[in-house]
Design a protein around this ligand. Structure first.
Ligand code: MG
Length: 444
């Protein structure tokens, strides 16, 4: 915990849904649900208008449809979220070299590392100064994103900054004055502490602990006995707002992987597949344990002659499920000639993010789900997913409002136009095609 409130946490409000409302003027002010639209889809993000009907992230799309049948259900456009996120992160990196993104729509910024001389708005790290600076920052974010709002929290630690950004959502700013952290936390549920999920909360509940104030009454020894050494120590400190985690700019390209070397060269293909499947299960377990998921699945194969090959495949959305990782891993193995024998096999997942809460992009987390691979972008499959960008030779750009029975219905509008007209076409109308964004030099 620092002496001054110099950790800023910025969180875009209802991010995916807000991007859709920006790009689809007819949906502004209306309930919008982004997520898996298929039979087993899950809500990724709901606009605030949809939340009023009780639609929440991670709810099944079926239930969301029952609660808010008139909402627009969209399958999501990753390219638009990615490019908007890049704009926001660019603004944040212009403030401080220490920016730590948590996901596409969330990041910590270390104001103590900002060059104050370069930011006349940030005279010093006093409360009035950081408050005025944060208001200015929120305005800039709205400008660069073409209308999105961000909630910002500022405090003496990452923990407090993140708690603060959530206090006045959406479009809010909360600065927690140094010295008031514990007063803020005490009435809150223990689940406010990072890492206190349902299982930990249940253990604490059985010990009669519901709030941070009650947690504070337990000694460190009691907590260690209850939750183990690492968790007990962590909770003891966090309950007292003691959090010294630094803001880390470039997280090393983290990956979680498992590999095995074998005494005898493996030649049996089905055995190799079996081993990869088991490794995928181990990787998935470790990902979930640390609240991580990743988009890139890699296999490593060392041949009998010690040449080592790796092959990867990148998903459109991050995964932490054994079945998906295993399926991709087996698919990658299928492309290799292993007839000479294999002495090492490994599976890894990289491109990691702590995609918690709102980023259950798309499908359910059940074990036999099918996730689309990014190598086959959905717009090249000629499937008219609701919400996707299209272009008509005469009408110009628009988006798929719905499709079925051989007909696709399009609303012709973009972020730069007023709400536009709706037209229907045959699904194979040659004048209608998916619109693909211009290629930008993304760092990936
Ligand atoms: Mg957000």
């Amino acid at each position: 915990m620092r002496a001054v409130a110099s950790v800023l946490h910025l969180d875009l409000d209802a991010f995916f849904a807000a991007v859709e409302q920006r790009d689809k003027p007819s949906l502004r002010g209306k309930p919008v649900v982004v997520g898996g639209v298929g039979g087993r889809g899950v809500v990724s993000t709901a606009s605030y208008e949809a939340r009023r009907y009780g639609v929440r992230s991670a709810m099944s799309t079926r239930e969301a449809r029952a609660r808010c049948p008139h909402a627009a259900f969209l399958s999501g456009r990753f390219h638009a979220y990615r490019s908007t996120s890049d704009q926001v992160m660019g603004v944040l990196r212009s403030i401080s070299p220490l920016v730590e993104p948590l996901s596409l729509d969330e990041a910590f910024v270390d104001l103590a590392a900002a060059d104050l001389a370069e930011h006349p708005g940030l005279a010093d790290l006093s409360l009035p100064s950081v408050t005025a600076f944060a208001e200015e920052l929120r305005t800039r974010i709205t400008e660069v994103t073409g209308g999105l709002t961000a909630s910002v929290g500022i405090g003496t630690s990452k923990f407090i900054a993140k708690v603060a950004s959530d206090l006045d959502k959406p479009d809010g700013l909360v600065v927690v004055a140094p010295g008031t952290e514990q007063d803020l936390l005490r009435p809150m549920s223990v689940t406010v502490i990072p890492g206190v999920g349902p299982a930990t909360a249940e253990r604490l509940r059985r010990a009669g602990v519901h709030t941070v104030a009650e947690l504070e009454l337990l000694s460190e020894d009691e907590l260690v006995r209850l939750l183990g050494k690492a968790s007990g120590h962590w909770l003891f400190n966090l309950a007292r707002a003691q959090d010294d985690r630094p803001v880390v700019a470039e997280r090393e390209a983290k990956s979680v992987s498992v590999e095995g070397t074998y005494d005898h060269d493996l030649t049996d293909r089905s055995l190799m597949e079996h081993l990869l499947t088991r490794q995928a299960g181990d990787v998935a377990r470790r990902l979930r344990k640390s609240g991580l998921s990743g988009r890139t699945v890699t296999i490593k194969v060392r041949m009998h002659d010690f040449t080592t090959l790796s092959r990867s495949s990148t998903l459109a959305s991050p995964t932490d499920t054994a079945a998906t990782i295993g399926r991709l891993a087996r698919g990658l193995l299928a492309d290799l000639d292993t007839s000479g024998g294999v002495r090492l096999l490994g599976v890894g997942v990289s491109g990691l993010a702590d995609w918690v809460q709102e980023d259950l992009f798309g499908e359910t987390a059940e074990e036999d789900e099918e996730l689309p691979e990014v190598e086959v972008p959905h717009h090249s499959r000629r499937a008219w997913a609701p919400g996707m960008d299209v272009e008509h030779t005469e009408m110009g750009r628009g988006w798929v409002w719905g499709s079925g029975r051989g007909v696709v219905t399009v609303r012709f509008e973009t972020a730069a136009t007023p709400a536009g007209p709706v037209r229907s076409y045959a699904e194979d109308d040659p004048e209608l095609s998916p619109w693909i964004p211009p290629v930008t030099d993304e760092p990936e």
